[in-house]
Design a protein around this ligand. Structure first.
Ligand code: FES
Length: 175
């Protein structure tokens, strides 16, 4: 009886050992095909990461203090001009001040409640919509909010040297 049980155990182990290479062989081609898929995915991922690298991830960035906004009537920093909505001062309006005609920096003219371009005379309303050409497209606008004493803007473009930290010298007004 004991010998018979030992013999059965021996054959069981031997049969498992004999099919083990077959199991490994079955699994290996699947891994190889998975590698091929991974290569395709890697290519797609590479493309996606290149696109993501070109596009800076959007996040809220502090561009100034609420006190400066209310003192000057606007904030200009990090490639953004921000004002309070003349119609609803609780609402902030942030735009890219690059004129959509040929890229000159537009200036907020508080008295006229519009952005004026010094280069060819285009003007935009407080929301950045075209009032007068030659520009035909609105200014790029951004989400903005106040957190504590800071004014934050959700921007995706890198700041430019020409538009950094100009927060005084123009006749803004309180709303
Ligand atoms: Fe602004 Fe031409 S660049 S009107």
């Amino acid at each position: 009886m004991f010998k018979r049980r030992s013999l059965l155990t021996y054959f069981s182990i031997a049969s498992i050992a004999s099919i083990l290479p077959a199991i490994i062989t079955i699994l290996k081609p699947r891994q190889a095909s998975a590698d091929i898929v991974k290569d395709d995915d890697a290519s797609d991922l590479k493309k996606a990461s290149k696109t993501a690298a070109k596009k800076k991830p959007e996040s809220f960035t502090a561009i100034g203090l609420v006190s400066d906004l209310d003192k000057n009537g606007y904030l200009e920093s990090k490639g953004v001009t921000l004002i309070r909505n003349p119609v609803n001062p609780k609402q902030l309006i942030a735009v890219n001040p690059k004129c959509t005609h040929q890229g000159c920096d537009v200036k907020w003219a508080a008295a006229e409640k519009k952005y004026a371009c010094p280069c060819h005379g285009a003007s935009f309303d407080a929301n950045g919509e075209v009032l007068n050409g030659p520009a035909t497209k609105p200014l790029t606008s951004y989400q903005a909010k106040i957190v504590g004493t800071q004014v934050l803007v959700k921007i995706s473009v890198p700041p430019t040297k020409s538009t950094q930290s100009r927060t005084s010298g123009r006749g803004g007004s309180k709303y």
